[in-house]
Design a protein around this ligand. Sequence first.
Ligand SMILES: C[S@@+](CC[C@H](N)C(=O)[O-])C[C@H]1O[C@@H](n2cnc3c(N)ncnc32)[C@H](O)[C@@H]1O
Length: 272
Amino acid sequence: MNVPDFDFICSFIRQEAAIVLERGKEYLVESRLQTLARKESIASIDVLIQQVRTAPKGPLARKVVDAMTTNETSFFRDIHPFETLKKTILPELIAKRGTDKQFNIWCGAASTGQEIYSMLMLINEHLPELLTWNFKFVATDLCQDVLAKSKLGRYNQLEVNRGLPAAMLVKYFTRTGSDWEVREDLRRRVDFKEMNLVKDWLPLPQLDIVMLRNVLIYFDVESKKAILAKIRRLLRPGGYLFLGGAETTFNVDDAFERVMFDKTTCYRVKKG
Ligand SMILES: C[S@@+](CC[C@H](N)C(=O)[O-])C[C@H]1O[C@@H](n2cnc3c(N)ncnc32)[C@H](O)[C@@H]1O
């Protein structure tokens, strides 16, 4: 790929998804575009890029953005946040919200769904009374392919082997061919929607828990600031934000305070 094409793709992706790609990532960009070109029966990545230049709002351009996202995820990823949710945060919030019995969780970069289904299984397993409340589970992502997969809730053996306890696999999944499918009653509880964090947001309810893990890391500071400011306005008093292990609000939005529980770091809006 020549330098002008690489620079064009970098600025296009930054504009459309805030994902920062810099010099040195040529190999990554090229290999992902090559895969897409093959899938779309396009002769070469030069031709593909030319088509994106001509129609930057078209369906192919959209697929280029999706192809540049990194969708790595797994069930109960990093385990500690889920332990803390189970032992401390959810019981604390259940006690606080006992009068209105409203509870809303949003996964803002849900990828193929393992994170939101982990939350749902955890709640079903340990705090099932929450599911009798006025409860919303919203999972959003920019990438259409991963959203489609998360809605289906179908995972291969390798995927269920990553982080999912065997007892939960047996209890919450059914076998379909060589894959495993999340039970329909669980899938129905989640509202999966397409949403780009750096464009207009869909209406979201006031939130008790925000999971926004392993996505801010790809963005420039201005985009991080804008996203955190929106989250601040959506979090209910006492609500918690979870970021990925390499992400922080520190020096980005200091209206948040860091809260540590054992090995878990999460964030709350400072009082006052
Ligand atoms: C590495 S995955 C993280 C998945 C999950 N949160 C976890 O921690 O396991 C990052 C996800 O962010 C999504 N993403 C990237 N840029 C985005 C944007 N601008 N708006 C919404 N989602 C985005 C990608 O499509 C991808 O599925």
